[in-house]
Structure formats: structure tokens, C-alpha cells
Design a protein around this ligand. Structure first.
Ligand code: DC
Length: 240
């Protein structure tokens, strides 16, 4: 292997030359994207941008205002005075909605569904696309979401599609809610149904649907530990 085939060298060279580059990760809910993204960001000293949080912030605002998150005619005017920004505090992303840190409020099932609904609307996607591209212009980063490889950063240096079976993802989410005491009477079947509904909406919407980019490396995490997933990611980066 010549030294420029090595991921660490590639990243180091690009950093030394002050070149901005991106690692783009797409995939369905609870497939492990954010975990991989965080690990990679920390390994390479980059920031991690979780774009799902941006859609969640807009979904939260619609819920607070009692606006139907599928109604473009009501959401579009709402967006005109909506400001979504992100900041990194000790390398953790904080999402701000109209100046308020809403990090602790966006991880509920209700907000997940509202985020998935608002994300089908072109006005919402347009607004966030601008913010996402601006962030990637300013600094090297790891960005995860549903359309990062296909729409937001099609020229990203590294691209991944991280997935897992709906059953495995539902079990992971169920365990997470249970540990955090956030089950609220939900059964495993309820969680599975919500994951399947969200997958369907994310994959079948008209604008920027979730699908693997042709040149993304596909990783199915159903049977893998985090360490095994990371090993696959890093090995594949050597070949890029
Ligand atoms: O990754 P997440 O579960 O936090 O995302 C919440 C919703 O936001 C998801 O159901 C679809 C939408 N989303 C999107 O449409 N495009 C992105 N790049 C990220 C998220």
C-alpha cells in the first residue's frame, strides 16, 4: 500500500493542506449511524453533525404550535421565522430552535414522527439543505442523516449506508427506551410498528427519499458489535 492509500494519511494530508472534506453517512432510524459517526469524528478530531436533530427541532416547533406536520401551507410560513442552529459543546452537538437549546426535548416518539412528517416537505428540506451545506463548507466533518450521500454532499470524500433489519432496530430502540424509563407503556410491537412506518415514509417520500447512494459502502449492523462495524468502516476507508 502506498502511503496515500491509507485513510489516516489521506485525512492527515487533507487536514494539512487545509482542505475541507466530509464523511457522509445515511441509513434508517436506529441502524447505528450516529454511534459510528461519533466514533469516527472523535478518532479523526472532526465535528459530528446529526442532521436528524434539525428535522426534529422543526417537528418540535410544529407540535408546540399545534401545526399539522404534514401541512406544507401551514409549515412554510412557520419556517420564515424559524432559526435552527447547532453548536458543539465538548464535541457534543447541541441544537438550538429560535435560540433555545432543545437537545433534551427532541428524542421522544412524538417528535420522531413529527420530524419524519415535516421531512417530507420541500420547504423544510430546502431550508435545512442550505444550513447543512454551509456547515460542510466551513469545516471538515462527519455528517449523518437520510440524504447526505445522495443530495446534501454527493461529492463527500467517504460515503456509507448503515442499515440493520427493522426487528433488530426496534429491539435496540425498545432497550434504549426501557433503560431511560421512556417506554410509557409501549410494547416491542409498538416500537417495531413505528420504526416500519417511519422507514416507509422516509424511503417513499417524493423529495430526497432515503436510499443508498450508488457509491456508498453498505454495512448491515444487524449481527455486528459497534467495534466490528467500526472496523469495517475503517477498512473500507483504506480502499477509497
Ligand atoms: O435520524 P433521526 O431519526 O433523528 O431523523 C429524524 C427524522 O428526520 C427521520 O425520520 C427523517 C428525517 N431526516 C431526513 O429526512 N433527512 C435527514 N438528512 C435526516 C433526518
Amino acid at each position: 500500500m502506498n502511503e496515500h492509500d491509507c485513510t489516516a494519511c489521506a485525512v492527515k494530508n487533507e487536514t494539512n493542506e487545509n482542505k475541507v472534506f466530509a464523511v457522509a453517512i445515511d441509513g434508517p432510524a436506529s441502524a447505528g449511524k450516529s454511534t459510528v459517526a461519533k466514533e469516527l469524528a472523535s478518532l479523526f478530531g472532526l465535528i459530528h453533525v446529526d442532521t436528524g436533530a434539525m428535522f426534529r427541532a422543526i417537528g418540535l416547533k410544529a407540535l408546540r404550535l399545534g401545526i399539522d406536520p404534514t401541512d406544507e401551507t401551514a409549515i412554510e410560513p412557520m419556517l420564515q421565522d424559524t432559526v435552527v442552529t447547532i453548536e458543539h459543546v465538548d464535541s457534543a452537538q447541541h441544537i438550538f430552535l429560535d435560540g433555545e437549546d432543545v437537545n433534551g426535548l427532541i428524542r421522544t416518539e412524538e417528535v420522531s414522527q413529527a420530524a419524519s412528517n415535516v421531512s417530507t416537505l420541500p420547504s423544510v428540506r430546502e431550508k435545512l439543505l442550505e444550513l447543512q451545506r454551509e456547515l460542510a463548507k466551513k469545516q471538515s466533518l462527519v455528517m449523518d442523516g437520510r440524504d447526505i450521500c445522495t443530495v446534501v454532499l454527493p461529492d463527500a470524500r467517504f460515503k456509507f449506508y448503515i442499515t440493520a433489519s427493522a426487528e433488530v432496530r426496534a429491539q435496540r430502540r425498545y432497550n434504549e427506551y426501557e433503560q431511560k424509563g421512556k417506554l410509557d407503556g409501549m410494547t416491542y410491537e409498538d416500537v417495531l410498528r413505528e420504526i416500519e412506518e417511519r422507514d416507509y415514509r422516509d424511503m417513499n417520500r417524493e423529495y430526497a427519499p432515503l436510499r443508498p447512494a450508488e457509491d456508498a459502502v453498505m454495512i448491515d449492523t444487524s449481527e455486528l458489535s459497534i467495534k466490528q462495524v467500526l472496523t469495517k468502516v475503517l477498512l473500507s476507508m483504506i480502499d477509497v
